[in-house]
Design a protein around this ligand. Structure first.
Ligand SMILES: [Zn+2]
Length: 245
């Protein structure tokens, strides 16, 4: 599904798969996250480039998980990739067995991930990144929580939060490798920020209320029975259930 709000264009998926987000600027479109599949990623880029008659040159990653990062790494498009150092380390540390099981489960060949990454134009940042595009400012902040390398992006002056997997919208949270306490603290902190619109890592975008809903989900998380009952309509992005670094 495709949804637009101001400068933001979101491709979200009814099966709970990860989102691809495009920010329309004066003379280019900047992308956040890239799904697992390069074909799906490239289709989204082509749609946006045609729609706005502007080029996609830069892709920012929220974290290393394959369903967010592999699309751009396995893409043949020549794009500049932005990620924090931890994300880079994590991608380079994914074990062959994990790549093998992910390849088998998805029907794609991901075995040469690390080799392909060496050929990409990558700009790394340590902690935070601040980029200005005429009248739009992009602030990437490394926060951890969902995964130790998680980065959020805040777009000013529009007050848009690209949360990565700190927020799942009507989709069960992926919690493997997560620090739930840090995650909950972050959601509380973000709730004090001036945020008008949240682009979650999975599921439909919405307003700031998504932060509170995600916080409550994590509060309920330890009680599996309660979780099942209260969130019975939530989707599960099952491809990565068994994924381990
Ligand atoms: Zn995800």
């Amino acid at each position: 599904m495709y949804e637009k709000s101001g400068k933001i264009n979101i491709f979200w998926f009814e099966n709970g798969a990860s989102n691809i987000c495009g920010l329309e600027l004066d003379d280019e479109i900047v992308i956040f996250d890239s799904s697992l599949y390069s074909k799906k990623f490239e289709e989204a880029i082509d749609i946006l480039q045609d729609k706005y008659n502007k080029k996609v040159k830069k892709v920012f990653l929220t974290h290393y998980h394959p369903d967010h990062s592999f699309g751009v790494i396995f893409s043949k498009k020549n794009l500049e990739l932005f990620m924090n150092m931890e994300t880079f380390y994590c991608l380079n540390s994914i074990k062959k067995e994990s790549l093998k099981s992910l390849s088998d489960n998805s029907g794609s060949d991901f075995m040469n991930l690390q080799q392909l990454l060496t050929k990409k134009k990558v700009e790394l940042f340590n902690g935070n990144i601040l980029k200005s595009f005429r009248n739009t400012i992009l602030n990437g902040i490394s926060v951890g929580g969902h995964s130790k390398d998680s980065t959020i992006y805040i777009i000013k002056p529009d007050n848009i939060l690209i949360s990565g997997d700190l927020v799942f919208s009507k989709v069960h949270a992926e919690t493997q490798g997560a620090n739930i306490d840090i995650w909950k603290d972050l959601l509380c902190k973000l709730d004090t920020y001036d945020i008008a619109y949240v682009v979650p890592g999975h599921g439909t975008p919405s307003g700031k209320e998504l932060l509170k809903v995600q916080f409550q989900y994590l509060q309920d998380y330890s009680n599996k029975e309660k979780l099942k009952k209260l969130y019975s309509t939530y989707l599960l992005s099952d491809l990565l259930k068994d994924f381990e670094k």
